[in-house]
Design a protein around this ligand. Structure first.
Ligand code: SAH
Length: 371
């Protein structure tokens, strides 16, 4: 639909803000419908599945919103062995998934060589794409993993408001690059680059969320993950939300309609990105949150393939959807939900159409990133 093209490329800030604050049911339906149409035109009806492996819950950061933060003594810490990760990757392949996502807390003991060897092994033994989501890592590590064969990297910028970001994600000494700078470096390294934000985190204003969406467009993201903020009782923000929360008329709510509006706008602004319908959305609405996300612009689902024994300990927020479901049960549930809304499961790796065609053939040492 030509109309969709005009909307996404020229959408002005005032329009983004109007849509974010929209509450009229008919106009919301119109927004969701347009996002669904743009999704269909640019990335098609296939829903790509990514097997999520939560390989370590150790973390050196003290993000005030996340249950894995260092200092939360109530978490039983674990780090999977390479064999365990490979077993999960093989299971993901046999479920028919085209990608595995290796996600963890920011765990320095997942070192450069160990992760590089693991990526190489997965790429050698399976045809799957490998996505990493291991936090803010040194440039040498990111370059090494790319050369080992990693295809994609996920690092949410969480909020584009620098003051809010610093207050929820205290900086670590010796880390010279901001998340946004790292996203640009990942792109130069040739990764498919994914980022995103939490919706409704205390302190996030409507203007902040509009800025977030504009930044997604400026960064030309290949993948965009957005999900509602869910309070964790063992975190400073979960215990004392009033310290950060804005007056009611300025604070973005952390609810399902807000998440669907943000997914829809992300689709209109970044039509060729891969956009997951997230677990956090399914946690708010277990009955049909996944489907609603897919019907408002999303085209990816990330079923969990982490061994059941570790699931509970990867508690970034409480009551996570699917926490007690085996990899096989998650697979069945997801397939059923996709079929129920008349969509098909994607075949192959499901690379981002946005990344295709970008010239990323220059090696990291050639282009000066590591000099
Ligand atoms: N260590 C990695 C992975 C973090 S977990 C990294 O920092 O990138 C993945 C995402 O979960 C985070 O980027 C954050 O956006 C989200 N998350 C963390 N705590 C959350 C909470 N309480 N509610 C909702 N989402 C949360």
């Amino acid at each position: 639909m030509v109309d969709g093209d005009i909307v996404m490329h020229s959408m002005q800030r005032t329009e983004i803000l109007d849509r974010l604050t929209e509450s009229d049911p008919a106009r919301l339906e119109d927004l969701f419908h347009r996002a669904d149409e743009v999704r269909r035109q640019h990335v098609g009806d296939a829903v790509h599945l990514r097997g999520l492996i939560e390989l370590s819950n150790h973390c050196r950061r003290r993000c005030i919103y996340c249950g894995l933060r260092a200092g939360n003594a109530t978490v039983a810490r674990y780090r999977m062995t390479a064999d365990e990760v490979l077993g999960c990757a093989t299971a993901a392949e046999s479920q028919g998934y085209g990608t595995v996502v290796l996600q963890a807390g920011e765990d320095p003991d997942l070192d450069e060589v160990w992760v590089g060897d693991l990526v190489r092994l997965i790429k050698y033994r399976t045809p799957m794409a490998v996505t990493l989501s291991l936090g803010e890592r040194r440039l040498e590590e990111l370059a090494h993993w790319r050369e080992a064969g990693a295809d994609r990297y996920l690092l949410r910028f969480e909020t584009s408001n620098p003051r809010l970001f610093r207050s929820i994600h205290p900086p670590l000494a010796g880390q010279p690059h901001s998340r946004i700078a790292i996203l640009r470096i990942l792109r130069d390294l040739g990764y498919e680059v994914g980022s995103g934000v939490m919706i409704g985190i205390p302190g996030q204003s409507w203007d902040d969320l509009a800025d977030d969406l504009e930044l997604m467009r400026t960064l030309d993201l290949d993948m965009i993950g957005v999900g509602p903020y869910i309070p964790h009782p063992e975190t400073p923000m979960g215990r004392h939300p009033r310290r950060w929360r804005l007056p009611a008329d300025r604070q973005v709510p952390a609810d399902e309609p807000m998440t669907l509006k943000t997914i829809a706008l992300a689709r209109l602004l970044c039509p060729r990105a891969n956009i997951p319908s997230t677990t956090a959305l399914a946690t708010l609405n277990p009955a049909n949150g996944r489907e609603r996300g897919l019907q408002c612009g999303a085209n990816v689902i990330m079923p969990n393939v982490t061994p059941l024994g570790y699931r509970k300990a990867y508690e970034i927020y409480p009551n996570k959807a699917c926490i007690a479901d085996s990899a096989q049960a998650c697979n069945h549930c997801v397939l059923w939900r996709i079929a129920a809304i008349g969509r098909q499961v994607g075949r192959g790796r499901g690379d981002s159409p946005n990344r295709q065609g970008r010239d990323c053939s220059v090696s990291p040492t050639q282009n000066g990133i590591l000099l």
